[in-house]
Design a binder for this molecule. Structure first.
Ligand code: OGA
Ligand code: MN
Length: 298
């Protein structure tokens, strides 16, 4: 019996998200198991691995098998022990809940908005792997939307209108979304990131499927379009792409590891009471292999 048969797969949603059991992420994956996980990832977009009690080094080791890891541009959110660990938490490294008026929380708070990780990079991330260390029961679920389906279900006339468009993405735009951060003089320490231009519709480098490439976090404007027209079109597409039918809601258990493909999904965290509930999540982020590929216009 081939080894990969030890992996059991259960769909979590008809369109996006599957749970994988029978694999220990602490172990080195042999080629057969790696290929099996990779192809299930490509097929399901989001993979959930329950009961994986990883430490940060094991998390990094698991992620590294899929490629090089990013270092997050926000200096305050990198783990001081391992720079590849991004702490998407409302708890600081000493274990205390971060105050609501603290810049470090206000930045993490922006993950409540729909976004795609690292869309502000010239080469955005190909995928993210998030470990739920202290998870929440009231709020704090993570929503994932299938951007292939979002594209495929658009009217032909809209596809024609958007297929060749490009969007300017900017890390500073994230900060401008925050009512609090935008007013502060000290907005936090970030590596310098110039604005970048990405296609609005992209072709996945592995599956070849077309998807909408949206990241409301970082999308400033559509190139060559009047600002208000650009805003209206982007908002319309965001609304369409986040319709319930395209969305898997992940309700966290401690030690879930969730892995998603940033080239065909977007995600958002549902609000929770960040002043009383502890939520500690560690992420590693896979460096992309290429700039987003625009689709060929016939
Ligand atoms: C992330 C993020 C999701 C979460 O890690 O990229 O947006 O559930 N957070 O905290
Ligand atoms: Mn994110």
């Amino acid at each position: 019996m081939p080894l990969h048969n030890s992996i059991r797969v259960k769909k979590r949603h008809p369109l996006i998200g599957a749970e994988l059991t029978g694999v220990d992420l602490k172990s080195s994956l042999n080629n057969i198991i790696f290929e099996r996980i990779h192809s299930l990832w490509m097929e399901n977009l989001v993979l959930v691995f329950p009961n994986q009690s990883l430490n940060d080094e094991q998390h990094i080791k698991f992620g590294s098998q899929f490629g090089e890891l990013e270092v997050h541009p926000s200096q305050a959110h990198r783990s001081s022990e391992n720079k590849e660990i991004y702490r998407v938490s409302n708890v600081d490294e000493s274990g205390n809940i971060i105050q609501s008026n603290d810049t470090a929380w206000q930045y993490v708070n922006l993950s409540w908005l729909w976004h795609t990780d690292s869309s502000f990079r010239k080469i955005p991330s190909k995928g993210s792997i998030l470990h739920g260390i202290e998870t929440t029961k009231k709020g704090g679920n993570t929503l994932f939307s299938n951007m292939y389906e979002a594209y495929e279900s658009l009217d032909v006339s809209i596809k024609k209108r958007i297929d060749s468009l490009y969007v300017m993405h900017d890390h500073d735009f994230i900060i401008r979304q925050s009512r609090h951060l935008s007013k502060k003089i000290d907005k936090g320490r970030y590596d310098s990131l110039p604005p970048v231009c990405h296609p609005l519709v992209q072709k996945h480098p592995v599956t070849g499927r077309r998807s909408l490439f949206l990241s409301p976090h970082t999308m400033d404007y559509i190139v060559g379009m009047k600002r208000n027209e650009s805003r209206r079109l982007l908002d319309e597409l965001i609304l369409h792409a986040t319709a319930e039918k395209f969305v898997y809601k992940h309700i966290w258990e401690n030690d879930d590891v969730v892995m998603w493909d940033n080239r065909c999904t977007m995600h958002a965290v549902e609000p929770f009471d960040n002043t009383s509930v502890r939520r500690v999540m560690h992420r590693v982020t896979l460096v992309g292999d290429n700039q987003p590929i625009s689709i060929e216009i016939p």
